[in-house]
Design a protein. Structure first.
Length: 365
Protein backbone atom coordinates (compact mmCIF):
# COMPACT_ATOMS: atom_id res chain seq x y z
CA UNK A 1 0.00 0.00 0.00
CA UNK A 2 1.17 3.53 -0.69
CA UNK A 3 -0.09 6.99 0.06
CA UNK A 4 2.02 9.89 -1.08
CA UNK A 5 1.78 13.33 0.43
CA UNK A 6 3.48 16.54 -0.69
CA UNK A 7 3.38 19.41 1.78
CA UNK A 8 4.51 22.75 0.46
CA UNK A 9 7.12 21.01 -1.64
CA UNK A 10 9.14 23.36 -3.80
CA UNK A 11 12.18 23.13 -6.01
CA UNK A 12 14.46 25.91 -7.17
CA UNK A 13 17.43 25.63 -9.52
CA UNK A 14 19.44 28.73 -8.66
CA UNK A 15 16.83 31.42 -8.25
CA UNK A 16 14.47 29.81 -10.81
CA UNK A 17 11.45 27.88 -9.62
CA UNK A 18 11.07 24.44 -11.22
CA UNK A 19 8.17 23.70 -8.84
CA UNK A 20 6.42 26.33 -6.75
CA UNK A 21 5.14 25.30 -3.30
CA UNK A 22 2.86 22.36 -3.94
CA UNK A 23 0.37 20.50 -1.75
CA UNK A 24 -0.92 17.18 -2.99
CA UNK A 25 -2.19 13.98 -1.40
CA UNK A 26 -2.22 10.85 -3.54
CA UNK A 27 -4.39 8.16 -2.02
CA UNK A 28 -3.62 4.47 -1.87
CA UNK A 29 -4.51 2.81 -5.17
CA UNK A 30 -5.10 6.09 -6.97
CA UNK A 31 -3.94 6.87 -10.51
CA UNK A 32 -2.87 10.52 -10.55
CA UNK A 33 -1.64 12.23 -13.72
CA UNK A 34 0.69 15.22 -13.69
CA UNK A 35 -0.22 17.11 -16.85
CA UNK A 36 1.24 20.25 -18.36
CA UNK A 37 3.36 21.66 -21.16
CA UNK A 38 7.07 20.94 -21.45
CA UNK A 39 9.15 22.62 -18.76
CA UNK A 40 6.31 23.11 -16.24
CA UNK A 41 7.93 20.96 -13.53
CA UNK A 42 6.37 17.50 -13.95
CA UNK A 43 9.58 15.46 -14.07
CA UNK A 44 11.08 17.44 -11.20
CA UNK A 45 8.00 16.69 -9.07
CA UNK A 46 8.24 12.98 -9.85
CA UNK A 47 11.96 12.93 -9.08
CA UNK A 48 11.36 14.60 -5.72
CA UNK A 49 8.77 11.96 -4.82
CA UNK A 50 11.24 9.20 -5.70
CA UNK A 51 14.10 10.88 -3.85
CA UNK A 52 16.27 11.27 -6.93
CA UNK A 53 15.96 15.04 -6.57
CA UNK A 54 16.22 16.84 -3.23
CA UNK A 55 13.46 19.29 -2.35
CA UNK A 56 14.40 22.93 -1.76
CA UNK A 57 11.81 23.23 1.01
CA UNK A 58 8.74 21.28 2.10
CA UNK A 59 8.03 17.71 3.15
CA UNK A 60 7.27 14.42 1.44
CA UNK A 61 5.39 11.74 3.36
CA UNK A 62 5.04 8.13 2.25
CA UNK A 63 2.42 6.17 4.18
CA UNK A 64 2.45 8.97 6.73
CA UNK A 65 6.23 8.81 7.33
CA UNK A 66 8.34 11.86 6.58
CA UNK A 67 10.93 10.66 4.05
CA UNK A 68 12.00 14.08 2.78
CA UNK A 69 15.67 13.41 3.49
CA UNK A 70 15.66 9.65 2.97
CA UNK A 71 17.64 7.99 0.21
CA UNK A 72 15.48 6.65 -2.67
CA UNK A 73 16.11 3.08 -1.57
CA UNK A 74 15.14 3.89 2.01
CA UNK A 75 11.66 5.27 1.47
CA UNK A 76 9.78 2.15 2.61
CA UNK A 77 7.94 2.05 -0.66
CA UNK A 78 8.80 -0.01 -3.68
CA UNK A 79 8.69 2.34 -6.63
CA UNK A 80 9.06 1.62 -10.26
CA UNK A 81 10.30 4.88 -11.61
CA UNK A 82 10.35 4.15 -15.30
CA UNK A 83 10.24 1.32 -17.76
CA UNK A 84 13.91 0.84 -18.45
CA UNK A 85 15.11 -0.49 -21.74
CA UNK A 86 15.17 -4.26 -22.13
CA UNK A 87 18.39 -6.28 -22.26
CA UNK A 88 18.77 -7.24 -25.92
CA UNK A 89 20.95 -10.36 -25.52
CA UNK A 90 18.64 -12.39 -23.24
CA UNK A 91 15.11 -13.74 -23.78
CA UNK A 92 11.88 -12.08 -22.76
CA UNK A 93 11.51 -14.62 -19.94
CA UNK A 94 14.97 -13.77 -18.61
CA UNK A 95 14.26 -10.06 -18.92
CA UNK A 96 11.11 -10.34 -16.85
CA UNK A 97 12.66 -12.63 -14.24
CA UNK A 98 15.73 -10.44 -13.87
CA UNK A 99 14.48 -8.08 -11.11
CA UNK A 100 13.34 -11.06 -9.03
CA UNK A 101 16.65 -12.88 -9.46
CA UNK A 102 18.39 -9.70 -8.39
CA UNK A 103 16.29 -9.82 -5.21
CA UNK A 104 17.30 -13.50 -4.73
CA UNK A 105 13.73 -14.81 -4.90
CA UNK A 106 13.24 -18.57 -5.02
CA UNK A 107 12.70 -20.25 -8.38
CA UNK A 108 9.22 -21.16 -7.26
CA UNK A 109 8.30 -17.53 -6.48
CA UNK A 110 9.83 -16.35 -9.72
CA UNK A 111 7.81 -18.87 -11.73
CA UNK A 112 4.58 -17.96 -9.95
CA UNK A 113 4.96 -14.19 -10.41
CA UNK A 114 6.13 -14.61 -13.97
CA UNK A 115 3.06 -16.70 -14.82
CA UNK A 116 0.87 -14.04 -13.29
CA UNK A 117 2.20 -11.04 -15.23
CA UNK A 118 2.61 -12.99 -18.45
CA UNK A 119 -1.07 -13.92 -18.37
CA UNK A 120 -2.13 -10.45 -17.36
CA UNK A 121 -0.29 -8.93 -20.33
CA UNK A 122 -0.99 -11.84 -22.71
CA UNK A 123 2.65 -12.25 -23.72
CA UNK A 124 3.22 -15.95 -23.03
CA UNK A 125 3.93 -16.59 -26.71
CA UNK A 126 6.86 -14.16 -26.55
CA UNK A 127 8.79 -15.73 -23.66
CA UNK A 128 11.56 -17.39 -25.66
CA UNK A 129 12.05 -14.47 -28.06
CA UNK A 130 14.77 -11.84 -27.77
CA UNK A 131 13.55 -8.22 -27.40
CA UNK A 132 15.14 -7.05 -30.67
CA UNK A 133 12.72 -9.26 -32.62
CA UNK A 134 9.63 -7.69 -31.01
CA UNK A 135 7.40 -4.86 -32.24
CA UNK A 136 7.46 -1.59 -30.29
CA UNK A 137 4.20 -2.45 -28.55
CA UNK A 138 5.37 -5.90 -27.48
CA UNK A 139 8.64 -4.45 -26.18
CA UNK A 140 6.64 -2.01 -24.09
CA UNK A 141 4.45 -4.86 -22.78
CA UNK A 142 7.53 -6.81 -21.76
CA UNK A 143 8.98 -3.73 -20.06
CA UNK A 144 5.69 -3.31 -18.21
CA UNK A 145 5.77 -6.97 -17.19
CA UNK A 146 9.28 -6.54 -15.83
CA UNK A 147 8.09 -3.56 -13.80
CA UNK A 148 4.96 -5.32 -12.52
CA UNK A 149 6.71 -8.53 -11.53
CA UNK A 150 8.39 -6.67 -8.65
CA UNK A 151 4.95 -5.79 -7.26
CA UNK A 152 5.89 -2.29 -6.29
CA UNK A 153 3.52 -0.40 -4.01
CA UNK A 154 3.77 2.57 -6.33
CA UNK A 155 4.58 3.34 -9.92
CA UNK A 156 6.11 6.63 -10.96
CA UNK A 157 5.97 6.88 -14.74
CA UNK A 158 7.45 9.72 -16.76
CA UNK A 159 5.93 9.87 -20.24
CA UNK A 160 6.29 6.09 -20.76
CA UNK A 161 4.39 6.14 -24.04
CA UNK A 162 6.07 9.22 -25.47
CA UNK A 163 8.14 7.34 -28.04
CA UNK A 164 5.31 5.23 -29.45
CA UNK A 165 3.17 6.18 -32.44
CA UNK A 166 -0.45 7.24 -31.99
CA UNK A 167 -2.21 3.90 -32.51
CA UNK A 168 0.05 2.03 -30.18
CA UNK A 169 -0.13 4.77 -27.57
CA UNK A 170 -3.87 4.36 -27.46
CA UNK A 171 -3.63 0.58 -27.03
CA UNK A 172 -0.93 0.83 -24.37
CA UNK A 173 -2.74 3.48 -22.41
CA UNK A 174 -5.78 1.22 -22.18
CA UNK A 175 -3.53 -1.63 -21.04
CA UNK A 176 -1.75 0.38 -18.37
CA UNK A 177 -5.12 1.53 -17.06
CA UNK A 178 -6.46 -2.04 -17.08
CA UNK A 179 -3.40 -3.28 -15.22
CA UNK A 180 -3.78 -0.51 -12.72
CA UNK A 181 -7.34 -1.58 -12.04
CA UNK A 182 -6.23 -5.20 -11.65
CA UNK A 183 -3.28 -4.44 -9.35
CA UNK A 184 -4.31 -1.22 -7.64
CA UNK A 185 -0.81 0.11 -7.17
CA UNK A 186 -0.69 3.83 -6.47
CA UNK A 187 0.46 5.48 -9.69
CA UNK A 188 1.82 8.92 -10.52
CA UNK A 189 1.93 9.28 -14.27
CA UNK A 190 3.51 12.22 -16.10
CA UNK A 191 2.38 13.35 -19.53
CA UNK A 192 2.04 16.51 -21.61
CA UNK A 193 -0.80 14.89 -23.58
CA UNK A 194 -4.17 16.00 -22.24
CA UNK A 195 -6.01 13.23 -24.06
CA UNK A 196 -3.84 10.66 -22.29
CA UNK A 197 -4.44 12.42 -18.97
CA UNK A 198 -8.20 12.49 -19.46
CA UNK A 199 -8.29 8.83 -20.49
CA UNK A 200 -6.13 7.49 -17.67
CA UNK A 201 -6.34 9.65 -14.57
CA UNK A 202 -8.54 9.17 -11.54
CA UNK A 203 -7.41 12.72 -10.90
CA UNK A 204 -5.38 15.16 -12.97
CA UNK A 205 -2.94 17.71 -11.58
CA UNK A 206 -2.74 20.43 -14.22
CA UNK A 207 0.55 22.33 -14.04
CA UNK A 208 1.89 25.35 -15.84
CA UNK A 209 4.94 27.53 -15.23
CA UNK A 210 6.06 25.57 -12.14
CA UNK A 211 2.65 25.93 -10.55
CA UNK A 212 -0.36 23.70 -9.94
CA UNK A 213 -3.33 25.21 -11.76
CA UNK A 214 -6.01 22.72 -10.74
CA UNK A 215 -6.40 19.27 -9.22
CA UNK A 216 -9.52 17.35 -10.11
CA UNK A 217 -11.19 14.38 -11.75
CA UNK A 218 -11.07 14.47 -15.58
CA UNK A 219 -14.70 15.62 -15.84
CA UNK A 220 -14.05 18.35 -13.29
CA UNK A 221 -11.07 19.89 -15.08
CA UNK A 222 -12.91 19.54 -18.39
CA UNK A 223 -16.28 21.03 -17.42
CA UNK A 224 -15.22 23.30 -14.56
CA UNK A 225 -11.74 24.58 -15.34
CA UNK A 226 -10.36 26.71 -12.51
CA UNK A 227 -8.87 29.31 -14.80
CA UNK A 228 -8.26 30.32 -18.41
CA UNK A 229 -5.08 28.22 -18.69
CA UNK A 230 -6.90 24.99 -17.82
CA UNK A 231 -9.90 25.92 -20.00
CA UNK A 232 -7.65 26.32 -22.99
CA UNK A 233 -5.16 23.51 -22.31
CA UNK A 234 -7.72 20.75 -21.73
CA UNK A 235 -9.68 19.63 -24.78
CA UNK A 236 -8.76 19.60 -28.45
CA UNK A 237 -9.58 22.18 -29.44
CA UNK A 238 -9.78 23.82 -26.00
CA UNK A 239 -12.69 25.69 -24.52
CA UNK A 240 -14.02 28.57 -26.61
CA UNK A 241 -13.21 31.82 -24.85
CA UNK A 242 -14.99 34.98 -25.93
CA UNK A 243 -14.27 38.38 -24.47
CA UNK A 244 -17.22 40.60 -23.75
CA UNK A 245 -18.69 43.28 -21.50
CA UNK A 246 -21.09 42.23 -18.77
CA UNK A 247 -23.89 44.77 -18.35
CA UNK A 248 -27.65 44.66 -17.74
CA UNK A 249 -27.69 40.89 -17.22
CA UNK A 250 -26.09 40.10 -20.56
CA UNK A 251 -22.65 39.63 -22.09
CA UNK A 252 -22.09 41.97 -25.01
CA UNK A 253 -19.48 40.71 -27.43
CA UNK A 254 -17.40 42.74 -29.76
CA UNK A 255 -19.35 42.73 -33.02
CA UNK A 256 -22.82 44.21 -32.77
CA UNK A 257 -24.80 41.06 -33.52
CA UNK A 258 -23.88 39.11 -30.38
CA UNK A 259 -25.48 39.63 -26.99
CA UNK A 260 -25.74 36.65 -24.68
CA UNK A 261 -28.43 36.92 -22.00
CA UNK A 262 -27.10 35.44 -18.78
CA UNK A 263 -29.41 33.14 -16.83
CA UNK A 264 -30.57 34.23 -13.36
CA UNK A 265 -28.30 31.74 -11.55
CA UNK A 266 -25.18 33.46 -12.89
CA UNK A 267 -26.10 37.09 -12.17
CA UNK A 268 -25.20 37.22 -8.49
CA UNK A 269 -21.88 35.35 -8.81
CA UNK A 270 -20.93 37.47 -11.80
CA UNK A 271 -21.78 40.74 -10.06
CA UNK A 272 -19.72 39.62 -7.03
CA UNK A 273 -16.76 38.32 -8.98
CA UNK A 274 -16.47 41.25 -11.34
CA UNK A 275 -16.96 43.96 -8.67
CA UNK A 276 -17.64 46.86 -10.96
CA UNK A 277 -15.45 45.86 -13.90
CA UNK A 278 -17.30 45.09 -17.11
CA UNK A 279 -14.86 42.86 -18.99
CA UNK A 280 -15.59 39.17 -18.73
CA UNK A 281 -14.60 36.04 -20.64
CA UNK A 282 -17.38 33.68 -21.59
CA UNK A 283 -16.40 30.04 -22.13
CA UNK A 284 -18.05 26.99 -23.64
CA UNK A 285 -16.88 23.67 -25.07
CA UNK A 286 -17.22 23.07 -28.85
CA UNK A 287 -20.00 20.53 -28.22
CA UNK A 288 -21.96 23.08 -26.15
CA UNK A 289 -22.35 25.52 -29.04
CA UNK A 290 -25.69 24.94 -30.78
CA UNK A 291 -26.31 26.09 -34.34
CA UNK A 292 -29.60 27.95 -34.44
CA UNK A 293 -30.82 30.56 -36.97
CA UNK A 294 -32.41 32.48 -34.07
CA UNK A 295 -29.32 32.10 -31.82
CA UNK A 296 -28.05 34.97 -29.68
CA UNK A 297 -24.51 34.83 -31.09
CA UNK A 298 -23.28 35.39 -34.63
CA UNK A 299 -20.23 34.67 -36.72
CA UNK A 300 -18.82 33.80 -40.09
CA UNK A 301 -17.70 30.33 -41.12
CA UNK A 302 -13.91 30.38 -41.31
CA UNK A 303 -13.15 26.70 -41.91
CA UNK A 304 -14.95 23.36 -41.84
CA UNK A 305 -13.20 20.15 -40.72
CA UNK A 306 -14.82 16.81 -41.45
CA UNK A 307 -13.95 14.26 -38.78
CA UNK A 308 -16.11 11.40 -39.99
CA UNK A 309 -18.36 11.07 -36.97
CA UNK A 310 -18.79 14.83 -36.54
CA UNK A 311 -17.99 18.15 -38.16
CA UNK A 312 -15.94 20.87 -36.52
CA UNK A 313 -16.85 24.39 -37.59
CA UNK A 314 -14.34 27.20 -37.12
CA UNK A 315 -16.30 30.40 -36.71
CA UNK A 316 -14.95 33.91 -36.75
CA UNK A 317 -17.06 35.86 -34.26
CA UNK A 318 -15.32 39.19 -34.92
CA UNK A 319 -11.98 40.25 -36.32
CA UNK A 320 -9.91 38.29 -33.84
CA UNK A 321 -11.77 35.50 -32.06
CA UNK A 322 -12.16 32.14 -33.77
CA UNK A 323 -14.34 29.69 -31.92
CA UNK A 324 -15.15 26.04 -32.62
CA UNK A 325 -18.51 24.32 -32.71
CA UNK A 326 -18.87 20.61 -32.96
CA UNK A 327 -21.84 19.61 -35.02
CA UNK A 328 -23.22 16.41 -36.53
CA UNK A 329 -21.45 14.79 -39.43
CA UNK A 330 -23.87 16.07 -42.08
CA UNK A 331 -23.43 19.73 -41.22
CA UNK A 332 -21.59 21.75 -43.80
CA UNK A 333 -21.40 25.39 -44.78
CA UNK A 334 -19.47 27.32 -47.40
CA UNK A 335 -16.55 29.37 -46.11
CA UNK A 336 -17.76 32.90 -45.37
CA UNK A 337 -21.38 31.90 -44.61
CA UNK A 338 -22.99 33.95 -41.84
CA UNK A 339 -24.38 31.77 -39.10
CA UNK A 340 -26.01 32.16 -35.69
CA UNK A 341 -25.67 29.93 -32.68
CA UNK A 342 -26.52 29.56 -29.01
CA UNK A 343 -24.67 28.16 -26.05
CA UNK A 344 -26.23 25.44 -23.92
CA UNK A 345 -27.15 27.47 -20.80
CA UNK A 346 -26.09 24.59 -18.51
CA UNK A 347 -22.63 24.50 -20.06
CA UNK A 348 -21.67 28.16 -20.25
CA UNK A 349 -18.78 29.27 -18.02
CA UNK A 350 -17.39 32.68 -17.09
CA UNK A 351 -13.93 33.91 -16.18
CA UNK A 352 -12.68 37.12 -14.65
CA UNK A 353 -10.56 38.59 -17.43
CA UNK A 354 -8.23 40.36 -14.96
CA UNK A 355 -7.45 37.43 -12.65
CA UNK A 356 -8.02 34.69 -15.28
CA UNK A 357 -9.95 32.77 -12.60
CA UNK A 358 -13.28 31.01 -13.11
CA UNK A 359 -16.40 32.60 -11.68
CA UNK A 360 -18.14 29.93 -9.61
CA UNK A 361 -21.90 29.62 -9.64
CA UNK A 362 -23.69 28.64 -6.45
CA UNK A 363 -24.79 25.06 -6.83
CA UNK A 364 -28.52 24.98 -6.21
CA UNK A 365 -29.63 22.11 -3.98
N1 LIG B 1 19.02 19.82 -13.13
C1 LIG B 1 18.47 20.99 -13.52
N2 LIG B 1 19.17 22.13 -13.46
C2 LIG B 1 18.61 23.32 -13.81
N3 LIG B 1 17.35 23.45 -14.25
C3 LIG B 1 16.60 22.34 -14.33
C4 LIG B 1 17.10 21.05 -13.97
N4 LIG B 1 16.12 20.13 -14.16
C5 LIG B 1 15.06 20.82 -14.61
N5 LIG B 1 15.34 22.14 -14.71
C6 LIG B 1 14.38 23.19 -15.13
O1 LIG B 1 13.23 23.11 -14.33
C7 LIG B 1 12.05 23.34 -15.09
C8 LIG B 1 11.12 22.15 -14.99
O2 LIG B 1 11.70 21.06 -15.65
P1 LIG B 1 11.02 19.62 -15.73
O3 LIG B 1 10.58 19.22 -14.36
O4 LIG B 1 11.94 18.72 -16.44
O5 LIG B 1 9.75 19.95 -16.63
P2 LIG B 1 8.76 18.94 -17.42
O6 LIG B 1 9.05 17.55 -16.99
O7 LIG B 1 7.38 19.40 -17.03
O8 LIG B 1 9.00 19.17 -18.88
C9 LIG B 1 12.54 23.63 -16.52
O9 LIG B 1 12.61 25.02 -16.67
C10 LIG B 1 13.90 22.98 -16.56
O10 LIG B 1 14.73 23.65 -17.48
MG1 LIG C 1 9.64 15.91 -18.17
Amino acid sequence: MATIELRQVEKKFGDQYAVKPMDLTIHDGEFVVLLGPSGCGKTTTLRMISGLEAVTTGHILLNGRDVTWRHPSDRDIAFVFQFYALYPHITVRENIAFPLQAQHESNETIQKRLDEVVDLLKIRHLLTTRPGKLSGGDQQRVALARALVRRPAAFLMDEPLGALDADLRETMRAEIKRLHIAQHATTVYVTHDQIEAMAMGDRIVVMSAAEVQQVGAPAEVYYNPANLFVANFIGSPGMNLLKGRYADGAVHMKGAASTYPVSAAWRKPLAEALTGQEEVVMGFRPESGLLNPQGALAGEVYAVDMHGGYTLLHINTNESDIIHIRSDRQTTYPIGAQIRFDVDPQMVRFFNSKTAKAVRREVSA
